[in-house]
Design a protein around this ligand. Structure first.
Ligand code: C2E
Ligand code: CA
Ligand code: CA
Length: 736
């Protein structure tokens, strides 16, 4: 505030000084202009005045010739009329003839001083012409100059013709036209006597008058007197009667007369003031314009800032904040929430399907409605933003978990009611993942945990609102840890193969083995696949691992061949992820071929769920594998609901009954009937029936009785390390 005041003061001061300097500058400029003007105007006036005098002299000379021709003069009417006419034409005051002898003849008879007339006569005869000083016409009190010419008879002078010329006629000549009222010229005699002027004068001696004036030191009054006497030009400044004046004097070279031109500089001040005023107004206008421009620019910037804010922090589609804004507000908001706080993620189930079926426009409308519903149900301090597609993140306050769950369930109901389009049967179902903000964690961690809970909510159809708990956290941590290790583990050979024998009921011998992966971790020993396979299926690492296991299996088969051991077919588990990769089968062939192992020794196990999800794809994969000579087994049969038709169309070489299938058959007669039916059905389409998870002699006996072909389970053998398994192999010579 203080700096602003100081700034204003400084600006004001600067402006004042600026105006003063400017004013001064304009004044100087105008004065210089005035000086030039008075000098040129003075010279011009002197010239025109001289010419006017000459013209009057010429008129008088011309009249004199006529008068001369009528010599000797009698006081005739004719001459009188001529003179009268000339007076009138030439606007003289009077015209007269002074003869050397005889009476004076006048155009207008008035009483004139005889000695004065004699003076004119003598002066004129001296030089042939004569111009007098100013004289007051006694007939009318007007100022006149006498202009005279001598008259001759042959060479003999006989008299003088004179005219009384009113000085009034020079008045207009003696004003300085461009300076208006303020510029006047005066004709004076060397002693200062006024002869003619640009205006009616009261004083008669100009030098006397000017002796009262206030001259500056550089131009003293004495200089003026001197110059006038010498007939030299002069320029001066002075003050008289409170007014500043410029004076320019120049000799007229007539009678020693001198022309004084005087210009009042007050008008310069006025003009400077006017000019400064106009300039100031112009300046103010420009400043105003500039100010408006600056203001406009500020407005523009504020607007663009607002736009930036909007693009940065507002979700375009729904108008609620976006995730950036939530991230920015999160710590403050959490503090602002009075009770316990929770971060919840809202997700619409199967939103992609809604989009696909109803179109994006309709999908967008649903999102907008959802935003409205969520926003309308917030209390103070709570906050909602759209984080992505159909995900909204809410920061909520709550007292206890049960109430919060009820509130969120209610929100789900509201969304279902408000957002499900009347004309369609697409229900808008949604779920919440909630993380209670029990400890101060950064936003992205809280969001991560809420998202984890959301995943659980999506998985389990039972609970639409899932809370994050510590078990989830540990699982995630564990998964992160495993993900950090897996690549290195593969390179290190930390993934090991276990082999579980498959026993033929008829032969009573091992007819093959399933390859099962183990992960050796220094701190935990051998880790079972259930701990890491689901994770690898999520992150795609299973693609690499399966190929590794296949390659290791082929290597084993090759080794047995070289060692002269029996080569039992190995069943390798393949994830459903492979089915989407067209390179899968050629890659498999290549790996097996690298060890020169016949393809028939490799069986691929695909789980039943794979087949259910995409039958056509499964069909083409099975066909592809068969074309390359691999056997294909359906794993975990009975966990899904494959129909006989499906089984028929897919032409599996063998079908493995799911462990659960068998475990239920122990005490339950109906279950036993189901197993029996399944076995019969499988056999009817020509596939080998393999029973998994055979743990007891009873089970084995039951399976043998109902015609099951092969058994695999702890009863016969646990999955064995390669070394142990190899001891079960017979030498190749005894192979059938
Ligand atoms: P699966 O393919 O159904 O494999 C059979 C599982 O049953 C094995 O568990 C085996 O140890 C176990 N088992 C064998 N006999 C018995 C028994 O008598 N009673 C009981 N309760 N269980 C028995 P494991 O080795 O833990 O493997 C679990 C699953 O991991 C496998 O189920 C398979 O789906 C997957 N898996 C294992 N190795 C691989 C692999 O290399 N690649 C892929 N994609 N999946 C694999
Ligand atoms: Ca299997
Ligand atoms: Ca299985």
């Amino acid at each position: 505030m203080l700096t602003l005041c100081l700034l204003f003061l400084a600006a004001g001061g600067l402006l004042t000084v600026g105006v003063a300097v400017y004013w001064h500058y304009v004044g100087n400029l105008l004065e210089r202009d005035a000086v030039e003007q008075i000098v040129s105007a003075g010279n011009e006036t002197a010239e025109s005045f001289r010419r006017a005098l000459e013209a009057d002299q010429r008129i008088v000379d011309t009249i004199a010739i006529t008068v001369q021709n009528n010599y000797p003069w009698r006081k005739t009417n004719q001459l009188e009329r001529f003179l009268n006419l000339q007076v009138k034409y030439n606007e003289f005051d009077n015209l007269g003839i002074i003869p050397l002898s005889g009476d004076v003849l006048l155009a207008r008879s008035v009483e004139l001083d005889n000695t004065w007339l004699q003076h004119i006569l003598t002066e004129t005869l001296k030089e042939e012409t004569y111009l007098s000083s100013r004289y007051t016409n006694p007939a009318n009190g007007r100022s006149v100059l006498v202009v005279a010419a001598s008259l001759h008879d042959g060479l003999k002078p006989v008299g003088v013709l004179f005219a009384l010329v009113p000085t009034e006629r020079y008045k207009s000549l003696l004003t300085l036209p461009s300076a208006g009222e303020s510029g006047i010229s005066y004709v004076i005699s060397p002693s200062g006597e006024l002869q003619a002027a640009g205006r009616t004068m009261t004083s008669t001696n100009m030098l006397e008058l000017l002796s009262w004036a206030d001259f500056s030191k550089e131009y003293p009054f004495s200089a003026l007197r001197e110059q006038v006497k010498n007939g030299e030009p002069i320029f001066m400044r002075y003050r008289l009667g409170g007014r500043s004046q410029l004076l320019y004097g120049v000799s007229l070279q007539v009678n020693g007369w001198y022309l004084l031109s005087i210009l009042s500089t007050d008008f310069i001040q006025a003009q400077a003031q006017h000019l400064t005023g106009v300039s100031l107004m112009l300046f103010a206008f420009i400043v105003l314009l500039f100010g408006l421009l600056v203001l406009y620019m500020f407005r523009l910037r504020a607007y663009s800032n607002y736009q930036l804010f909007k693009t940065a922090f507002v979700d375009n589609l729904t108008g609620v904040d976006n995730l950036n804004r939530m991230i920015q507000l999160f710590p403050d908001r959490v503090r602002g929430v009075k009770e316990s706080a929770a971060l919840a993620i809202f997700d619409i189930l199967k939103f992609k399907a809604i989009n696909d079926m109803l179109g994006y426009e309709r999908g967008n409308q649903i999102l907008q409605r959802v935003a409205l519903v969520l926003q309308a149900n917030l209390t103070s301090g709570e906050h909602v933003c759209r984080s992505a597609a159909d995900n909204f993140v809410l920061l909520l306050s709550f007292n206890d978990r049960k109430d919060l769950r009820a509130r969120l369930n209610h929100l789900i109901t509201l969304v279902r009611r408000d957002c499900t389009a009347a004309e369609t049967f697409m229900m808008v179902n949604s779920v919440f993942g909630v993380y209670e903000l029990a400890e101060p964690v950064p936003f992205y961690i809280a969001l991560d945990r809420a998202r984890l809970a959301l995943e659980n909510a999506k998985r389990s159809s039972a609970k639409e609102v899932q809370f994050y708990d510590e078990k989830d956290r540990h699982r995630i941590l564990r998964e992160r840890q495993l993900e950090g290790m897996m690549e290195q583990a593969l390179a290190d050979g930390s993934f090991a193969l276990m082999l579980q024998p498959k026993i033929g009921f008829q032969s009573g011998r091992m007819e093959g083995a399933e390859v099962l992966v183990r992960w050796y971790q220094p701190d935990r020993g051998l880790v079972r696949p259930d701990d890491f396979i689901p994770l690898f299926e999520k992150n795609g690492f299973i693609l690499k691992l399966d190929m590794f296991i296949l390659s290791q299996s082929a290597k084993l088969l090759a080794k047995w061949y070289h060692e002269g051991k029996e080569q039992v077919p190995l069943s390798v588990n393949f994830s459903r992820l492979h089915l989407n990769d067209s390179r899968y089968i050629p890659q498999m062939s290549k790996l097996v071929d690298e060890h020169q192992v016949p393809h028939r020794l490799i069986e691929v196990e695909l789980t039943e769920t794979v087949i259910l999800n995409n039958r056509e794809l499964a069909q083409s994969v099975v066909r592809g594998l068969h074309n390359k000579g691999f056997s294909v087994a359906m794993d975990d049969f009975g966990s899904g609901y494959s129909s006989l038709n499906v089984l028929k169309s897919l032409q599996f070489d063998s079908i493995k009954l799911d462990k659960e299938f068998l475990s239920g058959s122990e005490q339950n007669e109906t279950a036993r009937k189901v197993v029996q039916g399944a076995v019969e059905m499988i056999k009817s389409i020509g596939a080998t029936v393999v029973a998994e998870g055979v743990e007891t002699a009873d089970q084995a006996e039951f399976l043998r009785r109902i015609g099951c072909d092969v058994a695999q389970g702890y009863y016969f053998s646990r999955p064995l390390p390669v070394k142990e398994f190899e001891q079960l192999l017979l030498p190749r010579s005894t192979e059938k």
